[in-house]
Design a protein around this ligand. Structure first.
Ligand code: KMH
Ligand code: ZN
Length: 275
């Protein structure tokens, strides 16, 4: 079994400092958070950014400032979000791709997202995919519902590959979309082509059930304040690194070590493709 790739979704678009005082918002806070998470066992950082007022933004300059602070401190893989926040236009959401990140998220279908709708129609996802492909940015397909796997495979068939392998993130437990029951994750993993790599995200109370199922299935794990702010029921995590440390410890109990960023690049075949 390959080493465990832990991805940290440390910021997100929806979590507030009021709800989680440890949320990194300023560029220096994000840089320091990424470095602490790397020390605790993380290999990748799924990045959202905020403006000076703490509101989500996809502005290129704000992403650039955060990436600069991350890069000063750590070699962690940076995966920029193209999901952004509810209500943003496609052009807004695409901005961080101009910075040539190693990876970017790509949701391949519209999904219910709490009381909102996370809009990703065929034209939008095709445009996002082709932009990533043209720039050599590896997509992470973010899957909230089973049919989104089929949509992603249709993109690959229609436009050709966007890298040497397909990488997936199953996001389970968003209110209104697929829940984090073990059988749901097992079903989704069974649906992706051989040779794919995958991680998964349990939202809120689904964090630990999804994590433990992923470890049992030999997959990878995403966590962090975008997805879940608690260490235990009613007990906030101090910082993202505390959540990373717990999963690293649990995996270690099963003799599965955490991948360093460079080991993750090899597993995901990022370096040869980008070299
Ligand atoms: N903030 C959500 C609406 C992504 O980063 O690609 C979408 C999201 C997905 O976070
Ligand atoms: Zn995100």
């Amino acid at each position: 079994m390959e080493k465990l790739i832990i991805t940290v979704a440390g910021v997100g678009a929806e979590t507030t400092k009021e709800a989680q005082p440890g949320l990194p918002v300023a560029a220096v806070e994000i840089g320091a958070d990424a470095a602490r998470c790397r020390e605790a066992g993380a290999a990748m950082y799924h990045l959202h950014v905020r403006d000076a007022a703490g509101h989500p933004t996809q502005a290129k300059e704000v992403f650039a400032a955060a990436i600069e602070e991350i890069r000063k401190r750590t070699d962690i893989i940076v995966q920029t979000s193209t999901g952004g926040a509810m209500g943003m236009t496609a052009d807004e959401r695409l901005q961080p791709l101009e910075l040539d990140p190693e990876m970017a998220s790509l949701t391949t279908g519209t999904a219910n997202f709490g009381d909102d709708v996370f809009f990703n129609d065929t034209a939008l996802m095709s445009e996002f995919y082709r932009r990533m492909q043209a720039k050599g940015v590896r997509p992470e397909f973010e899957i909230f519902e089973a049919g989104q796997i089929d949509n992603a495979l249709k993109l690959v068939k229609r436009f050709g590959p966007a890298g040497p392998l397909l990488h997936w993130d199953f996001v389970l437990g968003v209110p209104g979309s697929m829940s984090g029951e073990p059988r749901n994750l097992a079903f989704l993993v069974d649906r992706i082509p051989d040779g794919s790599t995958w991680t998964c995200t349990g939202i809120g109370r689904w964090h630990m059930p999804v994590t433990m199922t992923a470890l049992a299935l030999g997959g990878n794990v995403r966590l962090g304040f975008e997805d879940n702010i608690f260490l235990h029921k009613g007990v906030l995590a101090q910082d993202n690194a505390e959540l990373v440390g717990r999963v690293a410890r649990l995996a270690g109990e099963w003799d599965r070590a955490c991948a360093t960023p460079d080991e993750a690049r090899r597993i995901l075949r990022l370096t040869p493709y980008d070299a």
